[in-house]
Design a protein around this ligand. Structure first.
Ligand code: NAD
Ligand code: GLY
Length: 352
């Protein structure tokens, strides 16, 4: 079991424990005196964990109501958001009551945003059930919904009161969704931790869950402490994401986010080595970890197509794009790169 403190403006703990779901009522009672809670979840997670979770809370004396919506990113929109707000109002939740997000990043993001805005903000708790949400989205307070103009364009910063991560829930994840989370895990190793990256290369997807989730959460907590509102260093968490967004877009979203992030990291590592920003040994170590986690080093798209897609990315400033490049394992930096130089840089990253 690990307990990690996130020292945001409002500090809180992340509890990482196999079987923590069965102790949820105890952990929730330790951060709130309220007796009424609204559990928000999706249909898949509900069918696996909803009933025992609600029973656990009810038997501990919590008056519990539950709202379930269809799983998937397509639900992370203003329509579902309003349904959640209506549900909270119809069930008379007050500012002293608590929202609980039980699920992956979609549930966490939309429930967090509902909690951030309902009655101008009520308490909420994250109970992540995917690898991605365990290592990334449940920590740090970013919450949002998608609008037709783009992903996560309507959101807020609202820190949870506690994060309860029961990594036993990862046992029921379809392999593809587990691998998706590995893309984000990889990013923490490259950005901050040679030890974590070596562990991933050595163990592949059979990595030690408590060690890996704990390491990622600690690394994210450190970043959030230094840059809670994403005005500087937190942007580093987008390593591999500019290339990844281009890959996702060109594939018409048939390539998943985590797979695209892993390939994006490999492309950036090789381009960094070719440009003399890091050694080939560093880039090889990153590529080894990408392969060990079941992802690809390259994609079927040309550098030209990737660059065109990247130039419509929100991280473009005039004639430059901010790319996060690798100097060493554990050391990355933001490199503004001119649109004229981008093509040659990405071309190098696509070469084996
Ligand atoms: P998700 O929430 O859609 O979950 C993926 C799928 O797994 C869903 O179908 C879900 O029903 C299912 N699932 C969840 N837990 C399960 C379990 N234990 N067993 C079986 N199935 C389970 O997707 P995700 O990958 O967790 O999160 C992606 C979202 O996270 C995106 O919307 C992204 O924008 C957001 N995100 C937010 C942040 C942040 O800082 N807030 C960071 C990264 C990503
Ligand atoms: N996942 C990016 C962030 O939390 O800032």
């Amino acid at each position: 079991m690990a307990r990690i403190k996130v020292e945001a403006g409002k500090p809180y703990e992340v509890i990482i424990e196999k079987g923590a779901l069965t102790k949820a009522a105890e952990y929730i009672a330790s951060v709130t005196t309220s007796k009424k809670v609204a559990v928000i979840t999706d249909d898949t997670v509900d069918s696996l964990y909803g009933d025992p979770f609600v029973c656990n809370l009810a038997s501990a004396g919590f008056e519990t109501v539950k709202f379930t919506f269809p799983h998937g990113e397509a639900s992370k929109n203003t329509s579902t958001f309003i349904k959640i707000i209506d549900f909270l109002a119809e069930n008379h939740l007050t500012r002293s009551d608590t929202v609980i997000a039980l699920g992956g990043g979609v549930v966490g993001d939309i429930s967090g945003f509902a909690a951030a805005t309902y009655l101008r903000g009520i308490r909420y708790i994250q109970v992540p059930t995917t690898l991605l949400s365990a290592v990334d989205s449940s920590v740090g307070g970013k919450c949002a919904v998608d609008i037709p103009m783009g992903k996560n364009l309507l959101g807020a910063f609202h820190q949870p009161s506690v994060v309860i991560c029961d990594y036993k829930t990862l046992d029921t994840l379809p392999r593809e969704i587990f691998l998706d989370g590995c893309g984000e895990v990889l990013k923490y190793g490259i950005l901050y931790s040679p030890d974590l990256l070596s562990h991933l290369s050595e163990k592949g997807t059979g990595f030690d869950r408590e060690y890996v989730i704990g390491s990622c959460v600690q690394l994210k907590a450190d970043v959030v402490k230094r840059d809670e509102f994403d005005t500087g260093e937190r942007a580093m968490l987008n390593l591999g994401h500019t290339v990844a967004h281009a890959i996702e877009k060109l594939s018409n979203m048939t390539i998943s986010h985590g797979a695209a992030v892993a390939t994006g990291c490999a492309v950036i590592a090789r381009a960094s080595a070719s440009a003399g920003i890091c050694t080939k040994d560093t880039s090889d170590k990153i590529c080894d970890a990408v392969l060990a986690l079941g992802h690809k080093l390259s994609c079927e798209y040309s550098a030209k197509d990737l660059c065109n897609a990247m130039l419509s990315d929100k991280k473009r400033h005039g004639n430059t794009v901010d790319l996060i490049v690798v100097e060493d394992i554990g050391r990355c930096k933001i490199l503004p790169i001119s649109t004229d130089d981008l093509l040659a840089f990405i071309e190098k990253g696509l070469r084996a």
